[in-house]
Design a binder for this molecule. Structure first.
Ligand SMILES: Cc1ncc(COP(=O)(O)O)c(C=O)c1O
Length: 377
């Protein structure tokens, strides 16, 4: 048996004991009739937190984004502009096209998660009979594929001005918005002030078992409620889930800074190994994620590194790379592409797990570098 440190995603976090207690003890009703007091309380709390008129509890982040697209792009022939690294574009099965009949048009994301606003302005279309009608711009904060990057406030404000100038709604996929707010030390309401709608997930670093919220104007949420029902997301006594989400906001959100701090420690350790094969950009590590890049000149591929991190060799257990109980250590991570690994810190990774992960990663990275010299260019 090996000891597993799971750094694949913050979605692996399980509900806390106080969440479970709240789930069992919360007041319930039929939410499709608008009668679940716990869901109603959560929706008010989120609307307040995000400075919007209303909010809606939905089963997942994917559904929150899809509903936002469907409400904003309610004319046939609509186009939504998103970053080419966005979750909406890369990981939601093209739901915008599949379900909503909306064309997704992509802007090239820069490494900081933003895109060029002058270029965006040129891309807005609809006046010519040949064009689709640009009906929405969507951004992601934190930007997952860029390594949990926090979008600069000024950039969001400038984008919001541009969208207003062109009467375009702006949606934020804020699955990890509270990580952004923690990093910037500003309230979430300030970050999303210029956005017409916001999606927020409870089941990532916030550790709730399921659920997201979508926030916006009364009118937007009224339409979103209809769409949720049509997509099969109208739940009944969903207060059992909303209760956990309430605890997530009250008790887990204030501790997100610890995940960021541990991610920074791990990033600094990897940087401090001074390896030629593996690198991290410590300065651009904002929140709970770290991207480890494998040098282009290395024959190694990300998949091989993940496979090695998931094995325990004799040398490890004969040396120091083990738990105090003599168990070998497995680190689980994910690869974003052939040359990039993502490590994600979360509530279940405390300092002891962090140090086991550091030991294992150090051992494996050194071993792999020694066995796979860089190819001469
Ligand atoms: C940025 C972002 N948006 C949306 C989602 C989708 O959330 P869900 O898995 O709840 O559908 C994710 C999931 O990881 C995400 O990282």
């Amino acid at each position: 048996m090996a000891y597993i440190v799971d750094l694949r995603s913050d979605t692996v976090t399980k509900p806390t004991e106080s969440m479970k207690h709240a789930m069992v003890n919360s007041a319930l009703g039929d939410d499709v009739f608008g009668e679940d007091p716990t869901v109603n309380a959560l929706e008010s709390k989120v609307a307040n937190l995000l400075g919007k008129q209303a909010a809606l509890f939905v089963p997942s982040g994917t559904m929150a984004n899809l509903i936002a697209i469907m409400v904003h792009c309610n004319k046939r022939g609509s186009e939504a502009i998103v970053g080419n690294c966005s979750h909406i574009y890369k990981y939601e099965q093209g739901g915008a096209a599949h379900v909503a009949g909306v064309l997704l048009s992509t802007m090239q994301n820069k490494p900081d998660g933003t895109f060029d606003l002058q270029e965006l302005e040129k891309r807005i279309r609809g006046s010519d009979i040949h064009d689709p009608i640009t009906s929405l711009v969507a951004i992601e904060n934190t930007q997952n594929y860029c390594g949990g990057k926090v979008l600069p406030l000024q950039w969001i404000d400038d984008l919001s001005d541009l969208c207003k100038k062109h009467s375009l709604p702006l949606h934020m996929d804020g699955a990890r918005l509270l990580n952004a707010s923690t990093y910037l030390a500003v309230p979430p309401e300030r970050i999303v002030r210029g956005c017409d709608s916001v999606a927020l997930c409870f089941s990532k670093g916030l550790s709730a078992p399921a659920g997201s919220a979508l926030a916006g104007s009364y009118h937007f949420i009224q339409q979103a409620r209809r769409m949720r029902k049509m997509l099969g997301g109208g739940m009944r006594q969903s207060g059992v889930l909303a209760a956990a989400a309430m605890v997530a906001l009250d008790e887990v959100a204030p501790a997100l800074a610890l995940d960021h701090k541990r991610a920074r420690t791990l990033a600094k350790v990897i940087e401090g190994l001074f390896l030629k094969t593996f690198s991290v950009d410590v300065e651009s590590q904002h929140t709970n994620m770290i991207l480890v890049r494998i040098a282009e000149r290395s024959p190694l591929r990300a998949e091989q590194v993940l496979n090695r991190l998931a094995q325990v060799s004799l040398a490890e257990t004969q040396g120091d790379c083990k738990t105090p109980n003599d168990e070998g250590v497995i680190v689980k991570a994910i690869c974003f592409n052939d040359k990039t690994i993502r490590l994600t810190l979360h509530r279940e990774i405390l300092d002891t797990d962090l140090w086991l992960a550091i030991m294992k990663i150090t051992f494996v990275f050194k071993e792999l570098e020694a066995a796979n010299p860089l190819v001469q260019s």
